[in-house]
Design a protein around this ligand. Structure first.
Ligand code: S3P
Length: 180
């Protein structure tokens, strides 16, 4: 397995903040697909959605992850919540490295996102119902796309980082032993 860690999961599960802390703990670089897309497009995600539409954004996700994948090593990649849902993207992520699903329940997500104004998909009359609906549909797809699922409810960023680095370390040792 390549030496990158990819964080996937629903909006608000902590992919960006865990990604930053994890990259520091490992002395890896940190990449965030949403930030990469914003840099390339020169626009915030919510403006991309409103000016160019969701389909345009989804295509930008696929081209961004395809380009990032080339030659990437010693990196932690935080992904947008919808990115692993496309099978072609999920395939790329699995080849890129160790894919970890940060699994948050509806309550945790709602507490973190109830006042959010930046996620276009949640700017609806009933955002909590939207979260429930999207989560029901996406959960099995996140599980399929990941090598490991980690429950994050009630855990600190530090605790999550320790759990991921422990599992990543075991995998790498196993990989080294297989090669020997
Ligand atoms: C999305 C999640 C967002 C962002 C966009 C769409 C999604 O990223 O990519 O608003 O479809 O779940 P975060 O998961 O970082 O919030």
């Amino acid at each position: 397995m390549r030496d990158n860690i990819i964080l996937i999961g629903f909006m608000g599960c902590g992919k960006s903040s865990v990604g930053r802390a994890l990259s520091q703990a490992l002395s890896y670089r940190h990449l965030d697909t949403d930030l990469e897309i914003e840099k390339r497009e020169g626009q915030r995600i919510k403006d991309i959605f409103s000016h160019k539409g969701e389909e345009y954004f989804r295509k930008a996700e696929t081209s961004t992850i395809t380009e990032l994948n080339a030659g990437l090593s010693e990196a932690v990649v935080s992904t947008g919540g919808g990115l692993p849902l496309r099978p072609e993207n999920a395939d790329i992520l699995k080849k890129m490295g160790f894919v970890v699903y940060l699994r948050a329940n509806e309550e945790t997500i709602w507490e973190r996102l109830k006042n959010d104004k930046t996620r276009p998909l949640l700017q609806k009359p009933s955002p909590r119902d939207e979260i429930r609906k999207l989560l029901d549909y996406r959960q099995p797809l996140y599980e399929l796309a990941a090598h490991m699922a980690l429950d994050v409810d009630g855990k600190s960023i530090e605790e999550i980082v320790v759990e991921i680095t422990r599992n990543f370390g075991i995998l790498r040792k196993r990989g080294a032993a297989d090669e020997a």
